[in-house]
Structure formats: structure tokens, C-alpha cells
Design a protein around this ligand. Structure first.
Ligand code: AMP
Length: 211
């Protein structure tokens, strides 16, 4: 099963993607995590992506499609994957669908996580993430130990107010058109109310994935 998580930054795609992946027994793949690891490792890809990421701008489609090609060819994605934070532009959506078609596969469902803008900003400015395994946390201060891997919690550089504002604008201008595109292509897109308790949201998303 290939599931694409759509929705603005802060809607909980990462957290819910992790939960859905665990329940379905398939990996969650987040291009943001892949890129942050590349930045940390100082690879060529990371160096090229860093400035875009710090500003909250999108990394070029060619870079993202290169990552997706590698990811889809890896044995861990053979049974399926939850794709978090990709696709973010119409060319990415077209590219992903073409790559999948070449492998005789397709996107089974797009889940669109929806949340009020005030709550998005509040969530993003209050979150910390593990600098090692990238798990996001709400309400824990930087420096706290990650309960999952023992890493250290930090604030993401792009969670400062200016980058948050830019990321929301970028979402509206470049990612929202993907929603229209899925409708034009008659693909299965289900809207999920991303407010409330984590378990409630996971249940809504699991229900949306039922055949
Ligand atoms: P995320 O962790 O999904 O919020 O992504 C963090 C940053 O990585 C984004 O603000 C972009 O700069 C970059 N990024 C991640 N995924 C993509 C993508 N699919 N297309 C373009 N840029 C991306």
C-alpha cells in the first residue's frame, strides 16, 4: 500500500505517519528527514538543500524525485510505504505516479490532514524534535532526552516565526494545487480532521485507509 500524506506543516503528518506505519507494518518515509540527515552528514545533496530548508522554501523537484527513486527501489518499501512530506508540488505528484507506474504500482490513497492555521502556528512554534531519530514532541523543552532513542531534543531551525510564515505561504502556493490535481486525475483523496487527541486522529486516518 502506498499512502501519500498531504497537509500543511504542523498538521501532524510526521507523528501520524509514524503511527500509521507501525499499525500497517510498512515504513514511513519523510523527505524532510532524508534531507535533514543529508545536511547533518554534510553530503553534496545536503549542502545544496540547506539554504532552501532554512528559509522554509521547497528544495528543487529534481532533488526530491531523485530521493524518491532511490527510496522506492529499496527492499524496505517493497510492501508499501507511508510518504510524509512528499509530494509537495504538482510536478512531484506527476513524477511519483510515473515512477510507481514503471514499477507496476500506484498511490492507493492521499490523506489530507486539515487544521486551523492558528493551531498550526502554535504547534510548530511549540514543538521540539529529536536531533537523532527526528521524532517530534509537543510541550518538551530543547535538551530533553528523546524517549525513543536517547537522542537530544532540539528546535528545528525552520520552526522560527519567519520560516513558519514562509512555509505556510509556500504550502498554499505550491502544495495546495496538488489537491486539485488529485481530483482532476480522479485519485482517491480523503480529508482527515487533524484536531483533537493523537489516538482519535490515528483512528480517523486508519478508517480512511479501509478498502
Ligand atoms: P518537513 O520535515 O516535511 O517539514 O520538510 C522540511 C523542509 O525540507 C521543507 O521545508 C523543505 O525545505 C524540504 N522538503 C522536504 N520535503 C520536500 C519536498 N517533497 N519538496 C521540496 N522540499 C521538501
Amino acid at each position: 500500500m502506498i499512502v501519500v500524506l498531504l497537509g500543511p506543516p504542523g498538521a501532524g503528518k510526521g507523528t501520524q505517519g509514524e503511527r500509521l506505519a507501525a499499525r500497517l507494518g510498512i515504513p514511513k518515509i519523510a523527505t524532510g528527514d532524508v534531507l535533514r540527515a543529508a545536511v547533518r552528514d554534510g553530503t553534496e545533496q545536503g549542502l545544496a538543500a540547506k539554504a532552501f530548508m532554512d528559509r522554509g522554501d521547497l528544495v528543487p523537484d529534481s532533488v526530491i524525485l531523485g530521493i524518491m527513486k532511490e527510496v522506492l527501489a529499496s527492499p524496505s518499501a517493497a510492501k508499501g510505504a507511508i510518504l510524509d512530506g512528499v509530494v509537495r508540488t504538482v510536478p512531484q505528484a506527476e513524477g511519483l505516479c510515473m515512477m510507481l507506474a514503471e514499477l507496476g504500482r500506484m498511490v492507493d490513497k492521499f490523506l489530507l490532514f486539515e487544521l486551523d492555521e492558528d493551531e498550526l502556528v502554535q504547534r510548530l512554534s511549540g514543538r521540539t524534535v529529536c536531533d537523532s531519530c527526528q521524532t517530534p514532541y509537543r510541550g518538551l523543552e530543547p535538551g530533553t532526552t528523546c524517549e525513543k532513542c536517547g537522542g537530544k531534543l532540539v528546535r528545528r531551525k525552520d520552526d522560527d516565526p519567519e520560516s513558519i510564515r514562509n512555509r505556510l505561504e509556500v504550502y498554499r502556493a505550491q502544495t495546495e494545487p496538488v489537491i486539485e490535481w488529485t481530483k482532476e486525475k480522479k485519485m482517491s483523496l480523503i480529508e482527515i480532521d487533524a484536531s483533537g487527541e493523537l489516538d482519535e486522529i490515528t483512528d480517523r486516518a486508519m478508517k480512511a485507509l479501509e478498502p
